[in-house]
Design a protein around this ligand. Structure first.
Ligand SMILES: CC(=O)SCCNC(=O)CCNC(=O)[C@H](O)C(C)(C)COP(=O)(O)OP(=O)(O)OC[C@H]1O[C@@H](n2cnc3c(N)ncnc32)[C@H](O)[C@@H]1OP(=O)(O)O
Ligand SMILES: CC(C)C(=O)C(=O)O
Length: 510
């Protein structure tokens, strides 16, 4: 069996999804879960792009040990130097350096001739190889590049010290047969191609990212890049869970396998969906809510007689479990902690006790507590400690013939208490107007999304907001039994992030 390395770029290309904005703690949480999932290479960010990205890559590089950690850099020495500072403490420092190779990118974006691009690529790979034991080089927009030039530059960067050569379909333009032929061409026309592993990086503009990735494997690629849930720039990247499952279910055909710990897939997907705010379509392969549901009579009959009639993947294989323990208001600490461990959360005693109290409060209001409810409780708790503002009190007056009015009490980290009241055309607006008064800053609400966790009248409400202040955009999330409380919490969560970003800026300036 050929081993296929999986290179996860959820934290870099995935974060390029419009509206996604992860803070350091969330990125760290995701990186640790990607490590548990068995990802070979985690692209933790683009260190030169911002101080926040630099800090996250540095922190992840020194925390994660079982996966290799990398960061992206343009073909400029400054980006490479910054990436080195962020990655030098990782177990196996690895750089991902790129430059575009297509005529359209050269002429209109880089404004360079092919000769200049070739010279820069070689210089930068040599420069990077003096610092990094492993340098991956990518030909941006490879699939719209002229093949003789692509072969020429690939040969030159291999001579310069690249260990992995990535052939991205940057704009999601290729098709399986075409992509396979690009790899085939390179294998036939690059004399030193055997010295590197070949990598594929596909975007989903035509809905072909996974199919193209599999075609690349057939044509000799040994590394596949992508993201969990397929998130990423525009229509997203190849969904790594789909690639891994295709290899597993069709190993008879591909004779290849990834090292992914398949039962960790569902948990990883849930975590990333919750933290990015990018919900998963019910019909999404592998991780969608309906992926293992059988609706029609003939299918149900077949599955009852033998699941293999209509199921090619067993839910357990990817970590979708039927939960034998029903948690509710009569459950004790043992059942609660056992379920958390099963969900992948190994918590300190103190953390578990705090959560248990929250769980009991919730169970008083809701009959059965589902895995999704627990997940929301834990994730919300983990990303919300040590914050500047905490919601202490919230009261909303609403009536068909009255103007909605909210009264809110916030407690600051230094112990100060702030209380305000304001009206709005609806209850949520009244809350947000009141919070704006409490915070004394100009904050613009850019996006508001509400969803119920698991449905039903007693479901938890989850709210995502995006706000902007002084040119800084952040997102926030709140979970509560009540829609108005979760709306307030989401906004405060965003404000706390804003506060942290602004504080960081001030510290950098001093
Ligand atoms: C295909 C991909 O996904 S690539 C990764 C894309 N991700 C991102 O862009 C997110 C992070 N990016 C950023 O934060 C910013 O774009 C930065 C910090 C990298 C650069 O910001 P700025 O210096 O303001 O430049 P800006 O983004 O406007 O333009 C990019 C510049 O980089 C150049 N450039 C683009 N790619 C490369 C490359 N691979 N190597 C060298 N230069 C490059 C462009 O030609 C342009 O140069 P110019 O200013 O001389 O015209
Ligand atoms: C930097 C490269 C690999 C990229 O993201 C792309 O080409 O899509």
């Amino acid at each position: 069996m050929q081993k296929i390395n999986l290179f996860d770029t959820t934290l870099r290309d995935g974060e390029q999804s419009p509206g996604v904005n992860l803070n350091l703690q969330e990125k760290l949480e995701i990186a640790k879960q990607l490590e548990r999932l068995g990802i070979d290479v985690i692209e933790a960010g683009f260190p030169a792009s911002s101080k926040g990205d630099f800090q996250s890559v540095k922190e992840i590089a020194s925390t994660v040990k079982d996966s290799s950690v990398t960061g992206l850099a343009r073909s400029v020495t400054q980006d490479i130097d910054i990436a080195w500072e962020a990655l030098k403490d990782s177990a196996e420092p690895r750089l991902h350096v790129f430059i575009a190779t297509s005529p359209i990118h050269l002429e209109h974006k880089l404004k360079k001739t092919p000769e200049q691009v070739l010279e820069t690529a070689v210089e930068m790979v040599k420069y990077a190889a003096k610092k990094f034991p492993i340098v991956q080089w990518s030909a941006e927009d490879a699939c719209r590049s002229e093949l003789p030039f692509l072969a020429q530059i690939v040969e030159a960067v291999i001579d310069a010290g690249a260990k992995v050569v990535n052939i991205p379909d940057t704009v999601g333009y290729t098709t399986p047969a075409h992509y396979g032929s690009v790899f085939q061409y390179l294998k036939e026309n690059v004399s030193n191609i055997d010295k590197v592993s070949l990598s594929a990086h596909c975007h989903d503009d035509l809905g072909l990212a996974v199919a193209n990735s599999l075609a690349a494997i057939e044509a000799g690629a040994t590394q596949i890049e992508g993201t969990i849930n397929g998130i990423g720039e525009r229509a997203g990247n190849a969904a790594l869970e789909e690639v891994a499952l295709a290899l597993n279910i069709r190993k008879d055909f591909y004779q290849a396998e990834s090292g992914l710990v398949l039962p960790e897939i569902k948990r990883t997907s849930d975590l990333i969906s919750k933290l990015t705010g990018m919900t998963i379509a019910p019909n999404k392969a592998i991780v969608g809510k309906n992926a293992f549901a059988h609706e029609s009579g003939i299918h149900q009959d077949g599955v009852l007689k033998n699941p293999l009639t209509y199921e090619i993947i067993s839910p357990e294989l990817v970590g979708v479990k039927q939960n034998p323990i029903v948690l509710g208001k009569h459950s004790g600490r043992h059942a609660f902690r056992t379920r958390l461990v099963e969900l992948g959360f190994v918590l300190e005693d103190e953390q578990a006790n705090v959560l248990f109290e929250k769980f009991k409060d919730l169970a008083d209001k809701k009959k059965d507590i589902t895995d999704d409810d627990l997940f929301a409780l834990v994730v919300h708790k983990q990303v919300n400690h040590d914050v500047e503002y905490k919601l202490e009190g919230l009261q909303v007056q609403y009536g068909i013939n009255n103007i909605p009015t909210a009264t809110i009490t916030l407690q600051r980290k230094n112990g100060d208490v702030v209380q305000e009241a304001a009206t709005g055309s609806g209850s949520v607006e009244a809350i947000y107007n009141t919070l704006a008064r409490c915070l004394e800053q100009d904050v613009k609400l850019l996006d508001y999304r509400l969803q119920s966790i698991n449905g039903g009248p007693d479901a938890l409400a989850e709210v995502f907001v995006k706000v902007e202040s002084d040119g800084v955009e952040v997102s926030g999330r709140g979970v509560a039994f009540d829609v108005l409380e979760s709306s307030a919490k989401a906004y405060i969560n965003a404000i706390n992030r804003l506060f942290a970003v602004k504080q960081h800026r001030v510290e950098q300036e001093v």
